[in-house]
Design a protein around this ligand. Structure first.
Ligand code: SAH
Ligand code: TYD
Ligand code: ZN
Length: 405
């Protein structure tokens, strides 16, 4: 039995994906030498309810100058973060000369809006390649891991923050205790810490098992976030469900006693209690669904290959590392994966080594089938690639279940 990274309570493992490569470690061909591997297994704490990985990967192995994920590749996400920036500015930047800090600013997808509006801000991100892109977009960036010591340094140099924001980053940080001590050090007395991450409830409802990989150390719920916040002297004062990335929740934390929690907090926690979100029935059902979906997907791909169909992948996502490596989907089943990110093109996907090709080659000629590994961007991608369907091409989905559309 492992102990909880947050509260030292007992963690019950509910899925073991076995040995896996790092999800964003694209390989330069020819692939020589072994790749770094770790054991990908996930469990839920019986005390605080936090769902977490059982093995931690050293952070410098994941987040470095060559980190290939560029947030601004999706028009839907650009619009999502422009709206988030405007809302934070209107609702939380009431003091004169407000200061907004973003943890994990990546290429500046959110802060570029505040930078353009002249709001004092700082992005903190350890991955120099994406941080340089943010700087080129007019964002002030500090290339660093956010933790308590970083927060103390920023506080000393720039004063307190009215807003600390993070998207798809806090769940990447095992040392959440240090992050929250840092938030406590940096936040103005009436400031807010707002972060959004994939929601455990949606992952279980949709069997979206590919949300589980090295970088996603935690899978949050309102119950577990409230527990960890309270340990740090903070209160969970608002939750909002978001449709992006397959279902997320935006959590708002404030200093204990400074803000009245919105009714949505008690409502979501009540819902999680009633459905026994991390109870054995829910987690065992999830585990059975993962095995079922994986078997269905590989059966379909083997059949299509035997029929002589031309089948590819679309979106060299971090998520796809879990699907391809766990289910065994390599070059024998897919010819290539098409992706818009220059830093991934010309490389091989981690572990199974599918070649990553630029989107321009997707139509050259169109394949018969494409597995949509970027299923969280389905509306955007299916609209962009309308011609694929018009010419008889079919998308293969595997979340929430395997189907051809
Ligand atoms: N906010 C963006 C980026 C998410 S990717 C979006 O929602 O699209 C996660 C980012 O977090 C990466 O750019 C990574 O370099 C960064 N990151 C990882 N650990 C971090 C830490 N301890 N402090 C700050 N950023 C971190
Ligand atoms: P995403 O699902 O956002 O994240 P993760 O890697 O964390 O699973 O990744 C989307 C990938 O899909 C990214 O590599 C860019 C690519 N992509 C396209 O190729 N075309 C598109 O239209 C979009 C929106 C994304
Ligand atoms: Zn715990």
């Amino acid at each position: 039995m492992t102990t909880c990274r947050i509260c030292r309570g007992p963690v019950r493992e509910f899925f073991d994906f076995g040995s896996q490569p790092l999800s964003d470690a694209f390989v330069a061909p020819p692939a020589t030498g072994p790749e770094y591997r770790y054991r990908l297994a996930v469990g839920a704490c019986g005390e605080c309810g936090m769902v977490q990985l059982l093995e931690e990967v050293p952070r410098e192995r994941m987040f470095h100058a060559g980190y290939p994920y560029h947030s601004s590749g999706s028009a839907v996400m650009r619009a999502h973060f422009a709206a988030a920036a405007r809302r934070l500015r209107e609702a939380e930047c009431r003091r004169p000369d407000p200061f907004v800090v973003e943890i994990g600013c990546n290429d500046g997808i959110m802060l570029r809006t505040l930078a353009a509006d002249g709001v004092r801000h700082l992005g903190i991100d350890p991955s120099r390649g994406v941080a340089d892109l943010a700087a080129a977009a007019g964002v002030r960036v500090r290339v660093d891991f956010f933790e308590q010591s970083t927060a103390l340094a920023v506080r000393a140099e720039e004063g307190p923050a009215d807003v600390i924001f993070a998207a798809n980053t806090i769940c990447h940080i095992p040392y959440l205790d240090s992050v929250l001590r840092g938030v406590d050090a940096l936040l103005a007395p009436d400031g807010v810490f707002v972060f959004e991450d994939p929601y455990l409830g949606d992952v279980l409802d949709r069997s979206s098992f590919d949300q589980i990989y090295d970088e996603h150390f935690y899978l949050f719920s309102a119950t577990s976030v409230r527990a960890v916040a309270e340990r740090a002297g903070l209160a969970l004062v608002d939750v909002e469900r978001l449709p992006v990335h397959g279902g997320e929740v935006r959590y708002t934390l404030a200093r204990a006693g400074r803000r009245q929690p919105r009714p949505a907090v008690a409502a979501l926690i009540g819902d999680e209690r009633r459905r026994e979100l991390t109870g054995p029935a829910a987690l065992d059902r999830f585990a059975a669904n993962v095995k079922h979906n994986c078997a269905e997907l590989t059966t379909l791909l083997h059949k299509l290959r035997d029929d002589g169909a031309h089948v590819v992948g679309y979106g060299a996502t971090a998520k796809s590392a879990t699907v391809t490596n766990y289910c065994g989907i390599g070059p024998g089943l897919l010819d290539a994966v098409f992706d818009s990110t220059p830093a991934k093109q010309g490389r091989l996907t981690p572990g199974v080594h599918l070649p990553v090709r630029p989107l321009a080659e997707f139509r050259d000629p169109f394949p018969d089938y494409a597995v949509l590994f970027a299923w969280n961007h389905a509306d955007e991608i299916i609209a962009n690639e309308r011609e694929f369907r018009e010419r008889g091409g079919r998308w293969i989905m595997y979340v929430p279940e395997v189907r051809v559309i």
